[in-house]
Design a protein around this ligand. Structure first.
Ligand code: AMP
Ligand code: MG
Length: 329
């Protein structure tokens, strides 16, 4: 395990790279190194199955065999694909894991400031359709109907992995912990002194580490999708990594970020991506259906909360203008 572990009087913590990002897990009132290592291993296993960047992963196998033949994959990946596919239907296509041809075309953070031609966007867009992902549970296979189609679990896998980590830790009796998978936060219980965790909500218009405010949570998850995560600015326009499956462009819904607060991290992960694409009004409707709450940082410079978060969010930016460099136009 390539994790860096530290033990102190509060408990044990580690930092490790997986799922394409830096992660950390901190256990309080428990210093079982082996438990922490097993948890990291479990996350690595999920990464090895679900990464679109590892040639042997289930996802790469599906993508490689697209338009050709079904790929045999693990039960676990099949289950997550089924859930992700249902999310597409549920969000009227705002969340769509067959987005990968567009993700590859734009290459945000991979290609230097590249804006594709409309015709390239249209042809990648014609491949995006979750209905073309056929899942066969009896045979343990998944199949994409058209050559060139590809799936990408980047919008949901971190949440799923966080839920798995929490499950393992709770099964071993952990009562207080903080799981942070690349900014996707999942808490167990409360802080060791019994007070709620304070989770900072990044200001999407400012540098990393500057917060819009703090959320108080106990046992909940806090997941953000933002136009400030992977992006570049060209001619005053922010081109970022959350793509609208209906236009093929970085989503422009009047938002800079959405931070979802909920019970499970997988749902919150999918919801934050979907709500970002849908915009505030439709996003709020979706969140209500899923019993989740959110903090919206809007392009108009204001911070909006869903009702359930009133009293749970302390922020100095409420109603204040964000200095949004590189607004979406
Ligand atoms: P997140 O940060 O959870 O909102 O996920 C963003 C990542 O999910 C991107 O980097 C892509 O890999 C993928 N993605 C982008 N747009 C979408 C979308 N509309 N639906 C599902 N996944 C997406
Ligand atoms: Mg997400």
């Amino acid at each position: 395990m390539n994790a860096k572990t530290t033990t102190d009087s509060d408990g044990i913590a580690c930092r490790f790279y997986s799922l394409g990002t830096m992660n950390s897990i901190r256990l309080y009132g428990c210093s079982e190194r082996e438990l922490l290592e097993d948890t990291v291993k479990r996350i690595s296993e999920i990464n090895d199955r679900m990464s679109a960047y590892q040639p042997e992963s289930d996802i790469s196998q599906i993508n490689f065999h697209a338009g050709w033949k079904p790929a045999a994959i693990s039960k676990e990946t099949l289950r997550l694909l089924k859930t992700a596919k249902n999310f597409s239907a549920f969000t009227a296509g705002a969340f769509d894991i067959t987005i990968r041809p567009l993700v590859t075309l734009w290459g945000i953070n991979q290609k230097p400031q590249f804006i594709p031609e409309q015709q390239e966007i249209s042809s990648a867009l014609s491949l995006v359709n979750s209905d073309d992902l056929q899942l066969d549970e009896a045979n343990g296979t998944a199949y994409l109907k058209k050559a060139g189609q590809a799936v990408d679990l980047g919008g949901i896998a971190k949440g799923y992995a966080a839920d798995e980590a929490k499950r393992l830790l709770e099964e071993s009796g952990v009562k207080s912990a903080l799981i942070n998978l690349g900014g996707n936060i999942l808490t167990i219980g409360s802080r060791p002194d019994g007070t709620p965790w304070k989770i900072g909500v990044q200001n999407p218009a400012a540098l990393r580490g500057e917060f819009l405010g703090m959320l108080s949570v106990q046992g909940q998850t806090v997941v953000t999708s933002g136009s400030n995560e992977r992006f570049f600015v060209k001619d005053g326009v922010r081109y970022h990594h959350i793509l609208d499956p209906h236009t093929g462009m970085p989503a422009r819904s009047g938002l800079l970020s959405v931070t979802v607060v909920g019970a499970d991290s997988m749902t919150a992960d999918a919801l934050s991506t979907a709500a970002f694409v849908l915009g505030m009004e439709k996003g709020i409707r979706l969140l209500k259906q899923m019993k989740a709450e959110a903090v919206f940082a809007a392009e108009d410079g204001r911070v909006y909360l869903t009702e359930g978060l009133i009293g749970q969010f302390e922020g100095s930016h409420l109603g204040h203008a964000l200095n949004a460099g590189g607004l979406l136009k």
